[in-house]
Design a protein around this ligand. Sequence first.
Ligand SMILES: [Zn+2]
Length: 339
Amino acid sequence: MQEKLKNIKEEALRAIEAADVPEKLNDVRVRFLGKKGELTAVLKGMKNVAPEERPKVGQLVNETRAAIESVLEETRKNMEKAIREERLKQEVIDVTLPSRKNLVGHSHPNTIALEEVERIFVGMGYEVVEGPEVEYDLYNFEKLNIPDGHPAKDEQDTFYINKDIVLRTQTSSVQARVMENTKPPIRVISPGRVFRSDEVDATHSPSFHQIEGLVIDKNVSFADLKGTLEVFAKELFGPETKTKFRPHHFPFTEPSAEVDVSCFKCGGKGCRFCKGSGWIEILGCGMVHPHVLEMCGIDPEVYSGFAFGVGLERIALLKYEIDDMRLLYENDIRFLRQF
Ligand SMILES: [Zn+2]
């Protein structure tokens, strides 16, 4: 029996020595110490041992078990230590590698364009005001000289909440509110989201942004309007920029004009960007209609003023030479990352 235990022990130690990975040590444990292991088999054979011999044999079995366990444990520790050291060696930090850059968000091209426009007008003494996006028909249309049945109401394809409430089709509604509540002089711009039931395409969206400007004071003339928009165009597109006023019609201004700027790409010679004309249409403007002043409680005999409205997206598209408005709303990070 002693001989047998000695053989088991030697065999176990050899198996431990031969093991090269922790899994094989586990196999050794199962094979010699497990429930169906060789040492357990010896214990089961105890019934063949003379009763007086049993304690001695039992002790021997326990000693053998302890010896094998202790060698197993030590080998396992050494093996894990070696594995850990090997891994540390492989995972050593190379401090000379370039660092990973943090991904920091930044402003949307619309926001950049808006801040630029605000900077220019605030610099000329304008105040930035905002108004509600859900607006009374009264402010969106009526007070701006667009009564019921006026073709502009159809033209603008309005989203109606009910007969009296609309999603504003223009930020001019803010002008009416400001005129009602403020004693001239008034000098404001009102940027914001507007809504029209347009189909989405490269140049249309049911929701876009406008920046509206309004100046009311004594003796404000069309020359003031021209001067203001010339400064604006030069600040936005560069000091060489020329402006051109073409007569137009808006219900809330008289006279009215559309403004073109000389193409900042070709300087006016004509290119693909300006479709060969040398000019790019940029905004609408005019002298505030006396009837509008009157409806908003301002005496047209004493005061006069001008207004203009520019599409924010139009500026962003021009400034960054983007040819499809949808890109501004799709939130494609590959696109947005470029600004
Ligand atoms: Zn051009």
